[in-house]
Design a protein around this ligand. Structure first.
Ligand code: CUA
Length: 156
C-alpha cells in the first residue's frame, strides 16, 4: 500500500499536534501544579447541619494569616455570605451542598468549582490585594439561582 506524500505529512502533523497538546497539558497539570483542585471526602447531604464542621459555618483563623471558611451552599444562598479577611490571607474554602448541585465562582481568581451534595469540596486561594470580590453560584440550581451570591472583603 502506498500513501500519498501529502496525506502522510498531514497524518504525522495531526498526530503530532495531539501529542503536543497532551504533553503541554500534562506538564501544566503535574509539573506546574495547575490541575483543577480536587478533593474526595463524602458527607451525608441530609445531615449537613448536624455534621461537624458544617454545623458551624463561618470564617476561622487557622494560622498566621491563614483562614478556613466553612461554607454551606443551599438554594439560594451561601453561608456565611460575607467573608472578611486581611490582605495576603491564604483562605481555604471547605464547602458542601445541603440540597442540589451548586457552584462557586469568584471572578478574577482561580476559584471556580462545582459543589455536589454528598461531597466535601476544598479550594485554596491567597488574596494579595485589598479588594471586594463577589462570589456567585455558577451551576443552575433553580428559580433563585441568579440571586445566589456572597461577598469576600479583603481588608488592608
Ligand atoms: Cu446555587 Cu445556582
Amino acid at each position: 500500500m502506498k500513501i500519498h506524500k501529502l496525506e502522510e505529512i498531514w497524518l504525522v502533523l495531526s498526530v503530532g499536534i495531539i501529542a503536543l497538546a497532551v504533553i503541554i497539558t500534562g506538564y501544566q497539570a503535574f509539573q506546574l501544579n495547575m490541575a483543577p483542585p480536587s478533593h474526595k471526602e463524602t458527607i451525608d447531604p441530609q445531615k449537613v447541619s448536624e455534621t461537624a464542621p458544617f454545623d458551624q459555618p463561618g470564617v476561622y483563623k487557622t494560622g498566621d494569616n491563614e483562614y478556613e471558611v466553612i461554607m454551606t451552599l443551599q438554594t439560594f444562598s451561601f453561608e456565611p455570605n460575607e467573608i472578611k479577611v486581611p490582605k495576603g490571607a491564604k483562605v481555604t474554602f471547605t464547602m458542601t451542598s445541603k440540597d442540589v448541585v451548586h457552584g462557586i465562582n469568584v471572578p478574577h481568581t482561580n476559584i471556580n468549582t462545582m459543589v455536589v451534595p454528598g461531597y466535601i469540596q476544598k479550594i485554596t486561594q491567597t488574596f494579595n490585594e485589598s479588594d471586594e470580590f463577589i462570589l456567585i453560584c455558577n451551576e443552575y440550581c433553580g428559580i433563585g439561582h441568579d440571586q445566589m451570591s456572597a461577598k469576600i472583603i479583603v481588608e488592608e
